[in-house]
Design a protein around this ligand. Structure first.
Ligand SMILES: Nc1ncnc2c1ncn2[C@@H]1O[C@H](COP(=O)(O)OP(=O)(O)O)[C@@H](O)[C@H]1O
Ligand SMILES: [Mg+2]
Length: 309
């Protein structure tokens, strides 16, 4: 597969000395859905803004379909559709004109049929002549997507597309993103919802403090995220794990009054009860238990401290 986007050693230092991006390199394959996952302030929007020419990187270069985003800005930009994080629409404009203007700005010849089909796909067909200000928040978001697609870009960026969106619109957006992929569009979305990456992405990148901590096939990452822990409080009599429990790879918690069993959430649930009965049969008295799923945050902590790699 060809790489449609190549980000090479990109850093961004804002005038206030905030280093929002620190030597980021990332390649995106044509036709994939890539989710950039990271907490607030990680640099997601800054990275997208650099690719789209809204801000200029302080260092490094970016190529979209071999067009440099600085030296061949117009060509690079016309390959990109951007659905920004914030609603940015001319409120007195109609939906139709919003799309027509945006297409024109990217130098594409008019194509009303395409724009009609775009509106229909986003269930906006009957809103065509409405002014933006009369639309609901969810509708406005759909218009933003239609606008981003109005010039038939080959790469679509969605910056936190479902933040603050209700469940039904979120599902609609997910389905739409999947069908965009089918039509050959490469999709790059940012999110801080692990679930969103899980639902949609072929590949996931984790960004924190302006650095890409890892990029991984979604399935591999989810397996790592799927780790669970069974934490047992025991009567603190023993200093070592009984021999017959060795194969469970139990660990002591911070004190010898808790022991931890790590397992994969794909394992059958009944297993943990079997594990607990094996533990209590070995003579350890279980006083209490809880289970714990590793969160994205913990994965960050693991990655940052280098524990998981
Ligand atoms: N225009 C700006 N001027 C100064 N600092 C900025 C600017 N935009 C973003 N930042 C800072 O850069 C960092 C990354 O921000 P951003 O890219 O918006 O993160 P994210 O989208 O992942 O939440 C943050 O520390 C933010 O405060
Ligand atoms: Mg952002």
């Amino acid at each position: 597969m060809k790489n449609i986007l190549r980000i090479n050693n990109v850093s961004k230092l804002f005038p206030n000395n905030v280093r929002a991006l620190n030597k980021i390199s990332l390649e995106i394959e044509e036709g994939e859905i890539f989710a950039l996952l990271g907490p607030n302030g990680a640099g997601k929007t800054t990275l997208i803004s650099s690719v789209c020419g809204i801000t200029r990187q302080s260092e490094g270069n970016i190529k979209v379909k071999d067009f440099d985003t600085v030296t061949e800005y117009k060509k690079a930009r016309s390959e990109i559709g951007l659905v920004p994080q914030e609603l940015t629409l001319e409120t007195f404009e109609t939906v139709w004109n919003t799309l027509v203007f945006s297409r024109g700005l990217h130098g594409k010849p008019s194509n009303p049929e395409y724009l009609h089909s775009l509106l229909d796909d986003l269930s906006l067909g009957d809103k065509k002549d409405e002014r933006i200000l009369s639309l609901s928040g969810g509708m406005k978001r759909r218009v933003l997507i239609a606008k981003a697609l109005s010039h038939e870009p080959s790469v679509l960026f969605l910056d936190e597309p479902t933040a603050g969106v209700d469940v039904s619109l979120r599902k609609t957006l997910w389905n739409m993103i999947r069908s965009l992929k089918k039509s050959g569009v490469t999709v790059i979305l940012t999110t801080h919802y692990i679930k969103e990456a899980e639902e949609l992405a072929d590949r996931v990148g984790i960004i924190n403090q302006g650095e890409i901590l890892l990029t991984e096939d979604k399935k591999v990452l989810m397996k790592r995220l799927g780790k669970r822990k069974l934490i047992l409080s025991i009567e603190s009599k023993k200093n070592s794990i009984p021999e017959e429990l060795k194969e469970l790879n139990l660990e002591f918690g911070k004190t010898n009054s808790t022991i931890i069993y790590s397992y994969d959430s794909k394992d059958r649930n009944s297993d943990i009860f079997e594990i607990m009965s094996r533990i209590s049969n070995s003579g350890l008295k279980i006083l209490d238990f809880e289970t714990h799923q590793s969160s994205l945050e913990e994965i960050f902590v693991d990655l940052v401290s280098g524990r998981s790699q």
